[in-house]
Write a protein that binds this ligand. Structure first.
Ligand code: SF4
Length: 433
């Protein structure tokens, strides 16, 4: 009998992709994937370890599952597995049966078999220098976009980040293997691919760099759109920007995680660039790719950040006017360099004051950016036939990643349609077919 497995995914796109890999690995062995927890004999939680409340959420979830489904085996996957192995396995209150780190998913069938045979908890959290799962074809959700992890791990060691410890060193897939996957995805009806990596633009396989990979993927017939995430500002050579400018099916949007605007704080974060270098890169990118839309990540209240130093972040926001920004309060992550070395000394009220200021400012900039689209016609790739908010509307995305809702016609998910922008808000656009 095939054991029934229910998988719950937390955190980043890489975890969403990893869950698709795990489904593929398990279905190849004697497991079937169910979409209801109560039907499952095995429940797997694919976890994130980036934010403080991520852990608490998982501990509560384990208790809930055990209450509802006492006989189910519980497995913890993802970054918490590598970051909190001891807590997860030794904590007797937490009834976790097995754990597997991001490089150990091919071991899952064996971990479960051993657990069944010995009734002992099992785990594998070894980090690999080679594992890229290039021989595993993920079991994906149907849709417009397919995520493809082209590299894994990160060598940057930003002091606030746990990823280099939970996902190991960088390694990239053979570009020919990636191109084969893209061709298969096109044949399955996907219109867009998003290339994934913790530090995607440091992709390197033999002599091939990220610009080469983008070109090869862009040459695949039938790929309407190519996006990628998550990049690091230190890996944006002119070659990459030029390929983005030259290729119509490469989306004209850049994610440039700034994190902070002050050089002393950037140094303490180990971000390897200065405020001026970041601003120069933005100017260079806008020169090579006119109309490129730029989003960013910002952390406020990093240890020892003063009010004056925070104002450097605000200054960069005003100089760049990002189209979109993901803004977070610093939260100390166990086992990161910052947690070991720097006291979390910026008070909660100061963190709150700073995040509110950034969010309000970004709202103004996003509105300004969206208002500049009014009157323009954009090709939209339709992602939702019926908007969740209003079923009369369909939802699509512009090349530069702006979300537009418009009165639905007979459009289907995956259609590319020209829509004239008529209204703007900080969070999105309205248009007319
Ligand atoms: S680049 Fe920095 S923030 Fe991003 S995954 Fe690597 S260490 Fe973490």
């Amino acid at each position: 009998m095939k054991e029934k497995v229910f998988i719950e995914t937390y955190g980043c796109q890489m975890n969403v992709y990893d869950t698709e890999l795990v489904k593929s690995i398990l279905t190849k062995h004697k497991f079937s994937i169910v979409d209801k927890e109560e039907q499952a004999e095995i429940v797997m939680l694919n976890t994130c370890s980036v934010r403080d409340n991520a852990n608490r959420k998982i501990y509560n979830r384990v208790h809930e599952i055990k209450k509802q489904n006492q006989n189910a085996l519980i497995g913890v996957l993802g970054c918490m597995a590598t970051n909190f192995k001891k807590d997860l396995l030794d904590n007797t209150k937490l009834k976790i049966d097995f754990i597997a780190g991001p490089d150990s998913y091919k071991q899952l069938p064996t971990l479960i078999e051993d657990l069944r045979e010995t009734n002992e908890k099992t785990y594998d959290i070894n980090l690999s220098e080679f594992e890229t799962y290039s021989d595993v074809y993920p079991v994906r959700e149907k849709g417009v976009n397919a995520w493809i992890a082209v590299m894994r791990g990160c060598n940057n060691f930003c002091t606030f980040c746990v990823v280099p410890y939970t996902r190991g060193r960088e390694r990239s897939r053979d570009p020919l293997n990636v191109v084969e996957e893209v061709k298969r995805l096109v044949s399955e009806g996907y219109k867009q691919v998003t290339l994934l990596g913790q530090n995607v633009n440091s992709y390197k396989f033999e002599d091939f760099d990220f610009a080469d990979l983008i070109k090869m993927v862009s040459d695949v017939e039938g790929v309407e759109r190519i996006r990628y995430t998550s990049p690091h500002p230190k890996d944006y050579p002119t070659k990459l920007l030029k390929v983005m400018a030259e290729r119509d099916n490469v989306c004209k949007q850049l994610h440039m995680p700034l994190q902070a605007g002050n050089d002393r704080v950037l140094h303490k974060m180990n971000r390897t660039y200065t405020k001026q270098e970041f601003l120069d890169l933005i100017a260079h990118a806008r020169e090579i790719i006119p109309n490129v839309k730029i989003s960013t990540d910002i952390i406020v209240g990093f240890p020892t950040e003063t009010q004056e130093e925070f104002e450097d972040t605000v200054e960069v926001m005003n100089k760049v006017k990002f189209d979109q920004a993901f803004i977070f309060k610093y939260s100390e992550r166990p086992n990161t360099r910052a947690a070991q070395k720097f006291p979390d000394d910026v008070s909660e009220p100061d963190k709150t004051k700073r995040i509110v200021e950034c969010v309000e400012l970004q709202k103004e900039h996003s509105l300004e950016s969206n208002q500049s689209e009014i009157g323009k016609t954009h090709m939209l790739l339709i992602e939702e036939e019926f908007s969740k908010k209003n079923p009369e509307l369909a939802v699509g995305r512009t090349d530069c990643n702006k979300v537009v809702s418009f009165l639905r016609n007979n459009n289907k998910v995956g259609d590319l349609v020209p829509v004239k922008i008529t209204q703007a808000s900080p969070h999105g656009l309205r248009g007319l077919l």
